[in-house]
Design a protein around this ligand. Structure first.
Ligand code: UT7
Length: 324
């Protein structure tokens, strides 16, 4: 028997305000056509003034706890993936902890930009496997609208705000790839690629929050190669092949990247969860948002094998395999 993390609940939240491509085209030199053709994005959500990352994360967390039939006091760990924390410190996770009414255990943030959810899942999964936590909440929550340069058409059309969360519970199981839970996580980074995707500010450098800067083509070039490597590692570690995958739940940055990944895996379109058209790129929130949508509409069912992958600033990248 081995200890494994089972996903017993998931939740998500999107701010109410919708911003369409046509609305954006009124303020920057872009078009609905260009954005759709190059990215697949039709619209994104934007948080209201005063609506913070922790507010989004809290709503997703409550929904995930409800589905898991757990109370906040049952949790002993919160890991929140975000690159847009409410404040420089304390961690956004501790604000969510306080709002939930969880007074014990530990809460902290993980920062791996668009790979943040995979990183946070890996951290929580390892706490559970080692017996240091029993019930963990993993959140991906972002308000990227706050770090965008709204005059830069090459970046401001690509991102959106949102949050998703999952509850992990430690269970003892046979430990093979048929038993439900997180089968494996694989994390990577290569800091030499800083300049391709970063925020030009921060407490220690400029004393300002800064704006997102990206060499889109450079990121695109690395994305598919890196994610294919991470997926290969995940499948090999579990003695599985692409044909075993029931659902690809990819990071939602660009429909062209998602389609390229599906082609490499020989997965038909209807086995890939796509939300980028309505959410745009919500960074660490994109995978749990997509996952929850597919769980709620019952595409993902008990026993399905789910592959998650992401790549983002750093560069960071990684994969996770979960038996639902
Ligand atoms: O989640 C983190 C990871 N991030 C990603 O995975 C993003 C990866 N990169 C991408 O998704 C794509 O590179 C972008 C969507 C960012 C850009 O698409 P692209 O096909 O690589 O376009 P490009 O950057 O090569 O730009 C093509 C043209 C340029 O004009 P010229 O030089 O050909 O005259 C740009 O100036 O499109 C122009 N352009 C735009 N035109 C209209 C750039 N942004 C826009 C825009 N509207 N919003």
């Amino acid at each position: 028997m081995v200890r494994r993390s089972q996903v017993t609940g998931c939740g998500s939240y999107l701010p109410a305000r919708v911003m369409t491509n046509a609305q954006l085209a009124k303020t920057v030199d872009t078009s609905d056509d260009w954005i759709r053709q190059r990215t697949g994005i039709r619209e994104r959500r934007v948080a209201e003034d005063g609506e913070l990352t922790s507010d989004l994360g809290l709503k997703a967390a409550r929904e995930a706890l409800d589905m898991a039939r757990l109370e906040a006091v049952d949790l002993d760990l919160i890991v929140c993936a975000t690159s847009t924390p409410d404040e420089t410190f304390p961690a956004t996770a501790t604000r969510i902890q306080a709002e939930l009414g969880m007074t014990g255990g530990a809460a902290f943030d993980v920062q791996a930009v668009c790979t943040g959810f995979i990183y946070a899942l890996a951290v929580a999964d390892n706490f559970i496997r080692l017996g240091q936590a029993r019930n963990a909440l993993v959140i991906g929550a972002e308000t990227f609208s706050r770090i965008l340069d709204w005059t830069d058409r090459s970046t401001c059309v690509l991102f959106g705000d949102g949050a998703g969360a999952v509850v992990l519970e430690g269970v003892d199981c046979a430990g093979n790839s048929e038993a439900s839970g997180v089968l494996s996580t694989h994390l990577y980074s290569d800091g030499r690629h800083h300049d391709a995707l970063y925020v030009d500010g921060g407490p220690s450098s400029t004393g300002t929050v800064g704006h997102l800067r990206m060499e889109g083509r450079e990121v695109f070039r690395h994305a598919v190669v890196r994610m294919v490597e991470a997926i290969g590692a995940a499948l090999e570690a579990n003695g599985l092949t692409p044909s075993d995958i029931d659902w690809l739940v990819p990071h939602q940055a660009n429909l062209r990247i998602i389609e390229a990944m599906a082609r490499r895996l020989n997965l038909p379109e209807d086995r890939v969860i796509v939300t980028v058209d309505r959410h745009a790129n919500t960074s660490a929130a994109s995978i749990p948002l997509a996952l929850c949508e597919a769980v709620r509409d019952q595409r993902i069912r008990s026993g399905d094998l789910i592959l998650m992958e992401a790549m983002g600033g750093g560069f960071t990248w990684g994969s996770a395999l979960v038996r639902w």
